[in-house]
Design a protein. Structure first.
Lengths: 107, 113
């Protein structure tokens, strides 16, 4: 599985867009980009995934660069309940979790 | 749908005791897996299964056994608990195939004293 690099922590004001970056320069052609989040000590929650194209669902948008070496998860209007650790995972099979980005949403 | 159900939610064991962590899913998912999460760290894969009767080791399998007799259930057995196994354990499931999201349980917090 490709290695990913994420910032350790980020802050975002409530109501603003949260843009979480992820570098995955060694990604292979058959590997997907997944995003999960973990709120406090709960089980991880699936957010979104993509292969090549940008994706959007009710939770977030995923922007993947044309060379697929990096991606950005966008939470369009962050709320306090979006405070969590966000994991970017690149894989063609099993999920391997790093330490993720701790997003703190503030008033 | 209940999703992925883990029991118990909390457990304290003495060193050397054995126990089974239960995981059940009602989504007819073929793939099930167990992770452990130590404080301040990401999740690490212990064992996984791609279907009934098929299991395989993950990143940190030592000290744990699994079996998969049904599609729904994937229990994790601790053979002889050690303090190093103090952790939060998560079970997850998904359908096989490309690009499917995993559903995680709410976790079992295990303390070995």
């Amino acid at each position: 599985d490709a290695k990913t690099t994420q910032p350790t922590s980020m802050d975002c004001a409530e109501g603003r867009a949260a843009n979480l970056p992820c570098n995955h320069s060694t990604i292979s052609g058959n590997e997907y980009v997944y995003w999960y989040r973990q709120i406090h000590s709960q089980g991880p929650q699936y957010i979104i995934h993509g292969l090549k194209n940008n994706e959007t669902n009710e939770m977030a948008s995923l922007i993947i660069t044309e060379d697929r070496k990096s991606s950005t998860l966008i939470l369009p209007h962050a709320t306090l309940r979006d405070t969590a650790v966000y994991y970017c995972i690149v894989t063609a099979s099993k999920l391997t979790f790093g330490t993720g980005t701790r997003l703190q949403v503030t008033l | 749908n209940a999703g992925v159900t883990q029991t118990p939610k909390f457990q304290v064991l003495k060193t050397g005791q054995s126990m089974t962590l239960q995981c059940a899913q009602d989504m007819n998912h073929e793939y099930m897996s167990w992770y452990r999460q130590d404080p301040g760290m990401g999740l690490r894969l212990i064992h996984y299964s791609v279907g009934a009767g098929i299991t395989d080791q993950g990143e940190v399998p030592n000290g744990y056994n699994v079996s998969r007799s049904t599609t729904e259930d994937f229990p994790l057995r601790l053979l002889s608990a050690a303090p190093s196994q103090t952790s939060v354990y998560f079970c997850a499931s998904t359908t096989l195939g490309w690009g499917n999201g995993y559903t995680f349980g709410s976790g079992t917090r295990l303390t070995v004293v």
